[in-house]
Design a protein around this ligand. Structure first.
Ligand code: SF4
Length: 180
């Protein structure tokens, strides 16, 4: 069976993405690698939700390192960019690059990410970064299609999964808390 390493950003997005991949005939392993998330208490909440989802769906979950300092070094120069700008491109790149590294290490056939399920993220940006990194191994799946986002929300509600109200980094958190 074709094995895919799925980068997961949170439990809410993981459920519908794993189900979609399974429907399409893939065997799934998951990787939680999200050094962008701030603060650490938030990181732990999202990781815990991913553990819950992968445990229920019987999917192997690999847990990456929390390399926040490295992430900040790369992204802080773009702290003022709006969501979807240059900072986010680098953030996607950092997470996908590590996913490809682990994909190779584990001899998975493909890698992809739950990030495309978010209506706030342009799948074409994520595809172009994934393709640039590993053309043959990157699976271009737009998880928001086939009602993916809607399904993920209803599953999260049903299971009482933790659901965040900001994208993840300190800059996105500030942007939310500054809204009137
Ligand atoms: S807004 Fe989201 S995608 Fe953009 S840099 Fe922050 S955590 Fe990454």
């Amino acid at each position: 069976m074709r094995r895919v390493l799925l980068h997961v950003c949170c439990g809410v997005c993981a459920w519908a993405s794993i189900e979609r991949l399974r429907e399409e005939g893939f065997e799934v392993e998951a990787l939680f690698f999200n050094p962008n998330i701030h603060p650490f208490s938030e990181y732990k909440k999202r990781l815990e939700a991913c553990r819950e989802v992968t445990g229920a769906l019987k999917v192997v979950l690999l847990e990456g390192e929390y390399l926040l300092d490295d992430w900040i070094k790369e992204c802080r120069q773009y702290s003022k960019e709006p969501e979807g700008g240059r900072r986010c491109q680098i953030c996607f790149y950092i997470r996908l690059k590590e996913t490809l590294r682990i994909c190779r290490e584990r001899n998975c056939h493909y890698f992809t990410t739950t990030l495309t399920i978010s209506p706030h993220k342009k799948s074409k940006d994520i595809f172009s970064i994934g393709r640039g990194l590993g053309e043959k191994r990157f699976l271009e799946i737009d998880f928001k299609k086939k009602e993916g986002f809607k399904k993920s929300l209803s599953k999260a509600k049903e299971l009482g999964l933790y659901r965040q109200n900001y994208c993840g980094c300190v800059y996105s958190k500030k942007a939310v808390s500054c809204k009137p």
